[in-house]
Design a protein. Structure first.
Length: 110
């Protein structure tokens, strides 16, 4: 009698997908976020572009570089500069290139 095969035996456990929500809508969802300083940075391709509007706002972090922002536009409401990203992060933060993070009332959860 052969042993019963376990499903996914020997494979690493899947990471729980993180989800960013605001105003009742899922803005982003990914099982491949990068956590920096307590913020989940979502791969850009996991973010729903229909909710993003480029902002003129920029800020500078001494070790990550210059951040750019998006205003969230969901169901007729705006959340100004609620998402940010680093278009050209410094070497120390290269792992967040192509990623977007959220704040200002956006809920990030499993």
């Amino acid at each position: 009698m052969s042993p019963k095969r376990q499903p996914n035996a020997g494979l690493p456990a899947m990471l729980e997908a993180m989800k960013a929500t605001w105003n009742g809508q899922t803005i982003a969802e990914s099982g491949n976020t990068v956590v920096v300083e307590g913020n989940h940075y979502f791969p850009r391709e996991s973010v729903n572009s229909e909710y993003l509007q480029e902002s003129a706002t920029h800020s500078t972090c001494p070790w990550k570089g210059e951040a750019s922002y998006f205003t969230l536009k969901v169901a007729g409401k705006d959340n100004r500069d609620a998402a940010w990203y680093y278009p050209a992060p410094k070497d120390a933060a290269k792992q967040i290139a192509g990623h977007v993070a959220f704040w200002k009332g956006v809920t990030v959860s499993e």
